[in-house]
Design a protein around this ligand. Structure first.
Ligand code: BG6
Length: 483
């Protein structure tokens, strides 16, 4: 299968924070892959901007080192020298005057201008102001901002207002990298490009939905950030919320930014406030040589959660009475992200089967081993009556799509090219982010107002037992976390 590669228009992309972790780990390697795929016009340039003083040559050497570190298979790729030639560097003081006129002089008239704010949110305002003040950004320019987009509704609103002073909503690209994942976009393809599922996609036929985003890593190395966030701010408010939106939203009238984001917003606004008993938080403890959360964040008194499981409800016609169970955590048994849509049982069984009739289940595996698995009942082969057995219709995208299924673009590659194309469909709108915080804030306030601690859990498990209880008490069970 050959993918259709459409070149983007000529651009100057400025990366603020170009020497930082995200730029080195994701942005520069991602840009290199798009370059190597032939997606960039010859004149397009990438301009690093950061406080450190360095030359173009030093920045190019650092970018090559970043690619060697984070995408080693491509470190020797023949396309690398031409990619490095695209790179330039301007030392800049985000909160002062230094460097801005140099940047202004570098920008080319006629090329699309995109500015990636890969910096702390506290710098967004200063950078936006200077881009506008020095006439570097024009009405067609785009800015890209990363999470965390605020830490509550109030700070998210303040950030939105700061950016709105200099840029229209149509110029602001708020990244949630989960929306750039191929398999996450597949949720929309599965639902809206097939007749098979959508007629059943509602409370009449679906019993519940469960979403698991499990990681094996701990938080060592980024404890200072994580301890201020916890799983609810780091994963639930953004990534898992976006997954809920894509599963639960009504069909947009068209796959375009306004239509898709309007529908997602309606889902978030329809979320019922959580009941206290419908959420469990956990914190991993030390085991043998593996340090616990408190050691990882170097804060022995921390009450921050490294695990959350919750049951949410969506108050609308389609989802009345259908619980969505979500869980995410660090240091769990396996790295696996999946969505399972569990259907109701048939209203009446004509078979004298002893034992439970297992419900149909559609499992969408986001990572690893991306694919879909539809579980159906069939007759167990052989004489001796009608015995039923559940079997999987299991599809791995890698097997079904060939090399393109195994070599999927990273989320950042897709999202950055969308910025250049001016397509906001896979980015969060300001009102969406605010609505997500409005739902999350009371949960955090209740935790902060109390004295309870997260439930401890051992590394390598599925999280605290209380999370299992969340489903057991409804007569349901989580799918096993396994690679
Ligand atoms: C990030 C979180 O946004 O997403 C991390 O800050 C988390 O804590 C990561 O590990 C997970 O992303 P992925 O793409 O590895 O599932």
């Amino acid at each position: 299968m050959v993918s259709r590669l459409i070149r983007v228009d000529d651009f100057d992309l400025v990366i603020f924070g170009a020497t930082g972790d995200l730029a080195r780990r994701k942005i520069l390697p991602g840009l290199f892959r798009r370059h190597a795929a032939g997606q960039f016009p010859d004149a397009a340039r990438i301009i690093g901007a950061a406080r450190t003083t360095m030359s173009d040559a030093e920045f190019r050497a650092d970018a090559a080192a970043a690619i060697a570190e984070f995408d080693p298979a491509r470190a020797q790729a023949p396309e690398l020298p031409a990619f490095l030639d695209r790179l330039h560097y301007v030392p800049i003081d985000a909160t002062g005057d230094d460097g801005w006129s140099d940047l202004a002089a570098l920008m080319r008239p006629g090329a699309i201008r995109a500015f990636y704010f890969s910096v702390a949110p506290s710098l967004f305002g200063a950078i936006a102001e200077r881009l506008a003040g020095h006439g570097i950004a024009d009405a067609d320019s785009r800015i890209v901002v990363e999470k965390p987009f605020g830490r509550d509704l109030e700070s998210a609103r303040a950030l939105n207002q700061t950016l709105a002073r200099h840029f229209d909503e149509g110029q602001i690209y708020r990244i949630d990298h989960y929306l750039g994942k191929e398999t996450v976009q597949n949720l929309m393809a599965v639902r809206f490009a097939n007749m098979l599922f959508e007629p059943l996609w509602n409370a009449h036929y679906i019993d519940h939905v469960q979403i698991t985003v499990a990681e094996t890593v701990g938080v060592a190395g980024r404890g200072a950030y994580y301890d201020q966030s916890g799983a609810i701010r780091d994963m639930i408010q953004n990534h898992l919320m976006q997954l809920v939106c894509l599963i639960a939203m009504e069909p947009p009238y068209h796959f375009d930014p306004a239509a898709v984001r309007d529908e997602k917003l309606k889902v978030i606004r329809a979320l019922e406030p959580l009941a206290a008993g419908d959420i469990v938080r956990g914190q991993y403890v030390a085991e043998g040589a593996i340090p616990g959360y408190l050691d990882d964040v170097e804060n022995p008194a921390s009450r921050t959660e490294s695990f959350v499981a919750l049951k949410l409800r969506i108050a609308n016609w389609r989802w009345q009475g259908v619980p969505f169970y979500l869980r995410t955590g660090k240091r769990l048994r396996a790295r696996t992200s999946e969505i399972a849509v569990v259907f109701r049982e048939p209203p009446h069984s004509i078979f004298d089967q002893t034992g439970p009739h297992k419900p149909n289940e559609l499992v969408i595996r986001l990572q690893p081993n991306e694919g879909m698995n539809l579980k159906v009942m069939i007759k167990e082969p052989g004489p001796g009556g009608m015995r039923l057995v559940q079997v999987p219709l299991d599809m791995s995208f890698a097997e079904a799509l060939g090399p393109e299924g195994t070599d999927m673009p990273d989320a950042y590659e897709r999202l950055i090219t969308d910025v250049i194309r001016g397509n906001q469909t896979l980015f969060m709108r300001g009102d969406e982010v605010e609505a997500a915080w409005a739902w999350t804030d009371p949960i955090i306030a209740a935790w902060e107002g109390g004295t309870a601690r997260p439930e401890p859990y051992d590394p390598g498990t599925s999280g605290p037992d209380e999370a299992l209880g969340l489903m057991h008490r409804d007569g349901r069970r989580w799918r096993e976390i396994k690679a």
